[in-house]
Design a protein around this ligand. Structure first.
Ligand SMILES: [Zn+2]
Length: 480
């Protein structure tokens, strides 16, 4: 007690001296750590190897870890002056048959190329990613931050110097340096629009010398408690010439488009301009089917639904499944007062994760908290006011997600589906060389449920917003 109050007194009396002393200590710790890994003159680094990556938010079941991919090759080039990055990898889905992991199963090898060009908008916040990716990235971020402090901490009987500062996203970041000044672990938090503030941690181990620079041979990143990257590094090239341009496949994501719509029938509308959604007019309320992507997209869908069907509240939002690109707008619907209708396995998951704090990037629900209301679907649910009917069915034998709903409008003979058939840009006139098991499952479910489908509405609408029919689905599975 006495010790504590003396410490408080010391802070009160000499706070500015203590702050500057901390910063001086931090500077020397950073300089020692950079020297320990031979990174004092590092302008760029390229490292390569192989391992695994895991797609956050795309688990095949709300209770499973993020789905796993084999990274057969992985190469990342980082330029520090100016800041830029290019990651290239060849990956295959690790589970066979594929489960979860994106809009379509990855069949065979997939090449990925992620570019952050110097001077691009993403380059402005790239340091937050680099500090979690390579040890020197953390030291540079610590050196650039205005509030870096050093403390000591004993973890598992081992003594560490801990560098702590505020990252660009306003979350605290901490790096643990061992007694040789080698960075072993970095911890911070990041915002995820579905999960809220989530822990992000990286471990660096098995340091080896590569051309005068010490670099970890094993890097593991975890987000939200599950691994997202597990790399074994076999080659590192310090100070390689850097030429990173946006090129193909690296273009920044476009801002969400304004919502427009197409009338599908009396009181039934397809909302365009992003992931597709349906707005259906009931006697005294609106039902929206799918609340995907983000607060922004949900706002656009809500505004368009209210414009099309004025003076009625949105009472229900139907959610197809818990993948983050399909669930990213649900919190905005909850803020709007809508009850979420979802397959029963998704409800406990949403209840758990929506209770997480959203302090780093507060969304509408975080700004005006409300307890979410749910209605769950087992195998079937019918929403009707006598004029308009929406039938909801739980898909069976669907590898993409265990809690997937189909929405069928019997009067209009319209079926909305998510990730079961994402038609290509142009009408399919030939059966693809490899048939998607997801497409086969959709056709099998339509047959099992004896649905008379005249138009399929894929939540991932084709680029030309064309009318997708059963003929095209049958072509996709080699039966037409
Ligand atoms: Zn999905």
């Amino acid at each position: 007690m006495i010790k504590k109050s003396m410490a408080v007194l010391a802070v009160l009396v000499g706070s500015s001296w203590i702050a500057s002393s901390w910063q001086n200590d931090a500077k020397s710790v950073i300089a020692t750590a950079a020297k320990a890994i031979g990174a004092e003159n590092l302008k760029s680094i390229e490292y390569s190897g192989s391992g695994y990556d895991f797609t956050l938010g795309q688990a095949p079941n709300p209770s499973s870890p993020w789905p796993k991919f084999n990274d057969k090759t992985y190469t990342r080039l980082i330029g520090f002056e100016p800041l830029g990055s290019r990651m290239q990898r060849v990956r295959t889905q690790a589970e066979n048959p594929p489960r979860g992991g994106g809009q379509q199963p990855v069949i065979g090898e997939q090449q990925q190329n992620q570019v952050v060009a110097p001077g691009s908008p993403q380059a402005a916040t790239l340091m937050d990613d680099l500090m979690m990716s390579v040890p020197y990235g953390f030291l540079r971020a610590a050196s650039a931050a205005p509030d870096t402090k050093v403390t000591s901490k004993t973890v598992g009987g081992k003594k560490y110097s801990v560098l702590t500062f505020t990252a660009l996203n306003k979350a605290p970041a901490s790096g643990y340096l061992n007694n040789q000044g080698i960075l072993e672990r970095v911890e911070t938090k990041i915002d995820n629009n579905v999960l809220g503030d989530i822990p992000f941690e990286t471990t660096f181990d098995g340091y080896k010398d590569f051309g005068g620079v010490k670099f970890p041979t094993h890097i593991v990143q975890k987000q939200g408690g599950f691994p997202v990257l597990d790399l074994t590094i076999t080659d590192v090239k310090p100070n390689v010439p850097v030429s990173i341009d946006q090129g193909k496949g690296g273009a920044p994501a476009a801002a969400p488009a304004a919502a427009t719509s197409e009338k599908l029938g009396d009181g039934v509308y397809l909302i365009l301009g992003g992931y597709g959604a349906l707005a259906v007019e009931m006697t005294d309320h609106i039902v929206v089917v799918e609340g995907p992507q983000s607060d922004q997209r949900a706002d656009a869908v809500i505004a368009e639904a209210k414009r099309l069907i004025p003076n009625k509240p949105i009472r229900y939002v139907v959610n197809t499944h818990s993948h983050f690109d399909h669930a990213g707008g649900l919190r905005a619907f909850v803020a709007e007062g809508a009850t979420v209708i979802t397959q029963e396995i998704n409800k406990p998951y949403y209840e758990k994760i929506w209770a997480n704090p959203h302090t780093l990037s507060p969304d509408k629900l975080a700004k005006a908290p409300k307890k979410p209301a749910f209605k769950t679907v087992g195998e079937k649910m019918v929403l009707t006011d006598g004029t308009h009917t929406i039938e909801l069915y739980h898909m069976t034998n669907f590898l993409h997600h265990d809690g997937m709903l189909l929405a069928y409008l019997p009067k209009e003979k319209i079926l909305l589906e998510a990730d079961a058939f994402n038609p290509p840009a142009q009408v399919l006139t030939q059966t693809p060389a490899t048939i998607s098991p997801y497409n086969q499952s959709l056709a099998a479910n339509i047959e099992r449920l004896k649905l008379d489908v005249q138009r399929i509405i894929p939540v991932h609408l084709p680029a030309d917003n064309r009318k997708v029919t059963m003929t095209e689905l049958m072509k996709a599975i080699g039966k037409g």
